[in-house]
Design a protein around this ligand. Sequence first.
Ligand code: HSE
Length: 337
Amino acid sequence: MKVKVCLIGKGTVGTSFLQLVKNKRDDFKRKFNLEIIVSSIFEHDGALIAENGINIGEVLEAGKYFRNLPYWKEKVRAKDLISTMDANICIETTPTNSETGEPGLSHIIEALNNKIDVISSNKGPFYLEYEKIKNLAKKNNCFVKYEATVASCVPSLGIKEQLIGNEILSIRAILNGTNNFILSRMAAEGVDFAIALKEAQELGFAESDPTLDIEGFDAAGKIVILANDLLGWSKSIDDVKIEGISQIIPHAIDLAKSDGYVIKHLAIAENNELVVEPRLIERYSPLNISGTLNVVELETKYAGSIILMGRGAGGLEAASALINDLLSILKNRGFSE
Ligand code: HSE
């Protein structure tokens, strides 16, 4: 079986996706008799287009000079060309815009309008227009998957399927690696807030506009997606009470420590309310994770607390979630091993 993919965005996640498709080519062929053909790769200023399949090795080798390849087309836009791409699946990996969701939102809508299944690592469209996207996908009989948007490859959305015989009642989570890194550095080594933020930026975890991290908007968007998917709510980011971490002073961290507590930036969905704010948690709580890790604690009706923990950011981590979504869509479309 051949599946044709249109990739939008060739940043860290998009490039890692190409890397994984290349690495797993023989594996997919052997295990599933599956060939993933990437027929277009869109960037903001043009696209690589080869209807019969782009040579991914060549693109990866070209690195940042991929625009010099002969099949680069200047100034074409994904939004205008999605309908002509003859793709089965559109993979959206453009950066998050927390106010408009664009250009990712338009790409997703255009793909669904053309009956193309969508996989996204871009969370903006989902925390701003969750209902609209879901309804459009349903109307057009399309799949839309977005595991990479929350905690990256940690299966925080996929877990729903695994708990189908149970019921998820509430969620408490740490969903922003940058903030958790900053708070961990401040607590463990007494590092200054500004220096810890700079370190997080150097690690490549922070958003291009880090106020989205430290003022809590990134975590707020993610808890909206989790609550809508796992608890069946219909919320948007405007429904979240948000407080960031920029006001936390070292003295507060020291005081908490002397009482056996740590300050963590929690995202909570319970009692029909969404809250993102710094909270005190016990030092030995399973939510006391360090560094850039993410954690999601689900309170369930029949099995108490269930906890997922792992790396919530990173190119290959997110790309592996995109690949999972891709295989899941193919399975749902009747493709069998
Ligand atoms: N800025 C985000 C974080 C990246 O720090 O968790 C992953 O969504």
